[in-house]
Design a protein around this ligand. Structure first.
Ligand SMILES: NC(=O)c1ccc[n+]([C@@H]2O[C@H](COP(=O)([O-])OP(=O)(O)OC[C@H]3O[C@@H](n4cnc5c(N)ncnc54)[C@H](OP(=O)(O)O)[C@@H]3O)[C@@H](O)[C@H]2O)c1
Length: 291
């Protein structure tokens, strides 16, 4: 099997000869499988997904033509990447089932929020661990996944992981785990900030007198267009803002009110509070797993 990996690393399709196991095939696993197959990165019969419910297994088989298994242990056996895609509440139980069962060449890839590399490694009795923090736009292939790994992961495995996460949108490897916690506050919680901001803008439009449907259309396109423009121009956000802020104009007046209301500080405090909450939840989860 290690020969497989070397061969895969050399080629342009790192997953072509890989086997993937999704342990707990819910929303996140389904998004990954859909993205991988849509992009033709892997054949369906190289993917196995485990799920306790027969109706769910049938649905996955019918939709994707992948293999399924009721047993998490059976599904994980023989896979190159074992993706842990269960909810945090069932992670301890799943890790118990897999403890000591993974071979050194297998990589456990967890997307479970709050589960640290240390607790995953202890829980699984395994050294090769990847911890990923995706976000909800991953469900339409527009996600931001920030990930880190133990030093045991080689270049071929890294390429495979990049391909899997690339099916969810953008992926970014970080050297230290603390950046995954930070990403939990910035990118994984991020859609919440954006949705709240958009909701507030739509309400403001309705307050002025726009019908809600029209206000929604205007705000959605304004946000989408601004993101595309910011990406395309590569300019600093302040520069882009200055471009639309004429002396004594509407933007200057709106900015004055936002700064007066402490909007920038509110964002900063919200993100930092989410970061601290991530750390607290991680500690609580690790304590539960030790029980
Ligand atoms: N969804 C996102 O956008 C997102 C973003 C960032 C991180 N995440 C992380 O991704 C993980 C999965 O989230 P999700 O939204 O995909 O959750 P989900 O849809 O609930 O998927 C988990 C699946 O695991 C199944 N399951 C329950 N107990 C199991 C067991 N003992 N063994 C195997 N499977 C079992 C569940 O079945 P039942 O439905 O029958 O309970 C469910 O289908 C979470 O840890 C979350 O923190 C998700």
């Amino acid at each position: 099997m290690s020969g497989d990996r070397t061969e895969a690393a050399a080629g342009a399709a790192p997953l072509a000869t890989a086997r993937l196991a999704f342990v707990g095939a819910g929303v996140m696993a389904e998004s990954m499988i859909a993205g991988l197959l849509k992009q033709g990165l892997i054949a369906p019969d190289r993917i196995v997904a485990s799920h306790p419910r027969a109706d769910r297994r049938r649905r996955l088989e019918d939709r994707f033509g992948i293999l399924t298994d009721e047993s998490n242990r059976e599904a994980a056996a023989g896979a190159d990447l074992v993706l842990l895609t269960v909810k945090p509440q069932v992670l301890a139980q799943v890790m118990k089932q897999l403890h000591g069962r993974l071979e050194p060449r297998q990589v456990a890839v967890s997307v479970v929020a709050g589960a640290s590399i240390d607790s995953l490694s202890r829980g699984l009795g395994h050294d090769a661990i990847v911890r990923v923090m995706p976000n909800t736009p991953a469900q339409i292939g527009q996600g931001m996944s920030v990930w880190t790994s133990t030093p045991d992961i080689d270049d071929a495995q890294r390429g495979q992981i990049r391909s899997v996460l690339g099916a969810l949108g953008e992926e970014l490897w970080v050297e230290e785990e603390k950046y995954v916690d930070m990403a939990t506050a910035l990118s994984a919680t991020g859609p919440t900030y954006v949705f709240l901001m958009m909701e507030a803008l739509i309400d403001a439009g309705v307050h002025m007198g726009f019908p809600r449907r029209i206000a929604e259309q205007i705000v959605l396109q304004t946000v989408a267009g601004s993101v595309a423009f910011a990406r395309d121009s590569g300019k600093h956000m302040a520069e882009l803002r200055n471009m639309v802020t004429s002396p004594g104009g509407t933007s200057a007046e709106a900015i004055y009110q936002m700064e007066k209301g402490g909007l920038r500080t509110v964002f900063s405090r919200a993100v930092y509070a989410a970061y601290q909450r991530t750390q607290t939840l991680g500690r609580e989860q690790a304590a539960k797993e030790r029980e």
